[in-house]
Design a protein around this ligand. Sequence first.
Ligand code: MG
Length: 295
Amino acid sequence: MRLLTIDSGDGPRAGVMTDEGVILLRALGKEFPDTVIEIIEGGAKLKSEIAKALASSEAKPLAEGEYTVLAPIPRPRKNIFCVGKNYIEHAKEFQNSGFDQTSGGQDVPELPIVFTKAPTSVTGPGTVVDSRLDPTGTLDYEGELGVVIGRGGRGISRADAYDHVYGYVVINDITARETQNAHKQWFLGKSPDTFCPMGPMLVTADEIGDVTALNLITRVNGEVRQDAVVKDLIFDIPTIIETISRSITLEPGDIIATGTPVGVAIGFTPPRYLCPGDRVEVEIGPLGKLVNTIG
Ligand code: MG
């Protein structure tokens, strides 16, 4: 199932992307929740009830142009978990860029580096990333696969980890590099408002099959900058879930950005930072294309 949050004039509402177009859940004539987080909380049972209602519904899809697509979870309940330096070639480019103050001189980490982005950093597809919130002028992109937790828990083992995944979403972990560098930690440089574009939709895990086979491509003004396969993650999804949940309770709707591959702006000499007017696209096949402009 492909879940979206859209605004067709009366605020954020949950919808499903069908082959014919977007259908609002409220159009199905049942008492379904109207937010994607609540749908996630309803688990497999609610998902199958929605699928059944969709199959027998006469509801007409919305016409394109009648709605705006927001991030599937426009305001997460807690910070977005993120993994740093989780593809080998990116770990090396980051280390070599001189912008990594936290590595202790080590390029490929021995354990997952986990940081977070503030919930207020989330923005939807088609929006403008506010470059004025990076006064250092060192704005960078990071195309990433986002994992959305379904069933929560603490102490989740690697073996059980995929049972706790509800689905996947495209994320752009926008970063103010000089802020990240100067403060010697990652939170401030990665959490300004609009620095977490997400979307266009949350695709449930059952539709994806082997998530490690997904291909991630980032383009800036049409030029391919990142092109990688999820199986090249240093720490795979089960390891990330096991690591975070060892001491932190994961809950339905929690989001984990799994890391970015080689090809970010600071990997170039000189760095190719984002500028106002630039268009950034992050595309992961079945999850769709996340497009934002820099303003
Ligand atoms: Mg990142």
